[in-house]
Ligand binder design. Structure first.
Ligand code: DSN
Length: 460
């Protein structure tokens, strides 16, 4: 008997094909990424690491003699690692090339796991970490009170200014007052390009004042694909020691996490001194055995495939188009009366102040847009009085629709539908009342579906 799960997967395929994904942290993977992720590598245990020495290259050409002589000993706790070692090594080498890193740990199961491992690698419980506060647009794992991170470490939050940019003066004064062990730049709802050089200089000043090393960390989960495509600066080029990311957002890989670092790469078996130059080894030890068990080698294989795709010239074009589309979408929305946080966008993400634009909150708008096949998420604006449960905004972005081949001209159509749905929400006032506008919503739904079907989802 066929498991009902497969019916639900088919139904989800239809939803993805017929609708448009505007959640800025989602994307559509290629058939190859999907194939690697759904492979028999899920059968294999491989706690530990492959040899830290390079055994392959980007084209997957192997020096079998070198492997026979040098790959052993690897650092695994199970036998049968011949293929897995090469796959993980490829993922590591490709990630290093993409992000100009000395080392990559490709094992984190998620972005949250990646961040946890970095904190654990460098801090003691109670140490201070300075990051963007959640109400300003930071991420849960950057010390939101409900998270493990906030229970273990003393998070201090810096804010954003009226333009939605990092409040660098606030960051600097807190860095010089709070004696942080980590200064963290990263976010979930931020549409500016951070001044990494300025933050790096602030770190140096604070390190001098307090007389100890301070780890400079960037959580680039949202923009990693833009960095890989060369359309966003890379924090590792501006003095940052560590960059974490998820692999499934703009980077367009499988769901998972990744940590890149600068420093000495060596065997993870011997515990090194806690110095910034040793951060790659400290991170390896903090991922396994520090905070994770067996790596998901099927996901690591899919990461390797995605990184290979991101190294191709076509990915650069993709990244450029994401940013162009977001800019044009923002301009079209503004022309139709939408008020945007930060007055537009410099990356892939647009944050709409729907409350000030139209008088309703983000939840009703998210629901109405879902009814026409446009998927985005209600999102709090910086310092939103409505908080997470009655947020004043919605967050949307262009990575997924750009993968489907959307360009500037479709952005105007999209903005037009968003305005029509906004007008319906003005009349409906409550989520319950949306049902009364079924006819109008269905008409828009049909138009959305017709356009969506012209731009197939890869691998479906
Ligand atoms: N949940 C992700 C996002 O949507 O931004 C961040 O981890």
């Amino acid at each position: 008997m066929k498991d009902v799960v497969f019916d639900l997967i088919e139904s989800e395929k239809t939803r993805q094909k017929e609708g448009l994904e505007l959640i800025p942290s989602e994307n559509y993977v290629s058939a190859e990424v999907l194939k690697a992720m759904g492979s028999i590598l899920t059968n294999k245990y491989s706690e530990g690491y492959p040899s830290f020495e390079g055994i392959g290259n980007i084209d997957g050409e192997w020096d079998e003699k070198k492997i026979a002589e040098e790959i052993l000993p690897n650092y695994r706790y199970y036998g049968g690692q011949k293929n897995v070692d090469r796959i993980e090594r490829l993922a590591i080498d490709r990630a290093c090339r993409l992000f100009h890193a000395d080392h990559a740990n490709v094992q984190p199961h998620s972005g949250a796991q990646a961040n946890t491992a970095v904190y654990f690698a460098w801090c003691e419980p109670g140490d201070t970490i300075l990051g963007m506060s959640l109400p300003a647009g930071g991420h849960l794992t950057h010390g939101a009170p409900v998270t493990l991170s906030a229970h273990v470490y003393n998070f201090v939050g810096y804010g954003v200014d009226e333009d939605g940019d990092i409040d660098y003066e606030d960051l600097e004064s807190k860095a010089l007052a709070e004696d942080p062990k980590i200064i963290l730049v990263g976010y979930s709802a931020f549409m500016k390009v951070p001044d990494f050089k300025r933050v790096s200089e602030i770190r140096d000043k604070a390190a001098k004042k307090f007389g100890h090393e301070i780890l400079l960390m960037a959580d680039m989960a949202h923009v990693a694909g833009l960095i890989a495509g060369g359309v966003h600066p890379n924090p590792l080029d501006y003095g940052f020691d560590v960059m974490t990311t998820t692999t499934h957002k703009t980077l367009r890989g499988p769901r998972g996490g990744l940590i890149m670092s600068r420093g000495n790469v060596a065997s993870p078996l011997k515990k090194p001194e806690k110095k910034l130059e040793n951060i790659p080894i400290l991170i390896d030890r903090a991922v396994f055995p520090g905070s994770q068990g067996g790596p998901l080698e099927h996901v690591i294989a899919a990461k390797a495939v995605a990184f290979g795709e991101a190294l191709l010239p076509s990915f650069k074009k993709y990244a450029e188009q994401i940013v162009k589309n977001a800019k044009v979408l923002a301009e079209n929305l503004q022309a139709l009366g939408f008020i945007l946080q930060g007055n537009g966008t410099e990356n892939h993400l647009v944050l709409v102040d729907v409350k000030n634009s139209f008088g309703f909150d983000g939840k009703i708008y998210e629901k109405a847009l879902d009814m026409v096949g446009l998927t985005l998420n209600a999102n709090a604006l910086p310092y939103d009085k409505g908080g997470a449960f009655k947020p004043s905004g919605v967050r949307l972005g262009t990575p997924a629709i750009t993968t489907r081949g959307f360009s500037e001209k479709e952005m105007a159509v999209l903005a037009g539908w968003m305005k029509q749905v906004a007008d319906i929400c003005v009349e409906a006032k409550t989520e319950e009342n949306l049902a009364k506008f079924e006819k109008d919503l269905t008409k828009i739904r049909e138009e959305v579906m017709a356009l969506a079907l012209k731009f197939p989802v890869p691998a479906i």
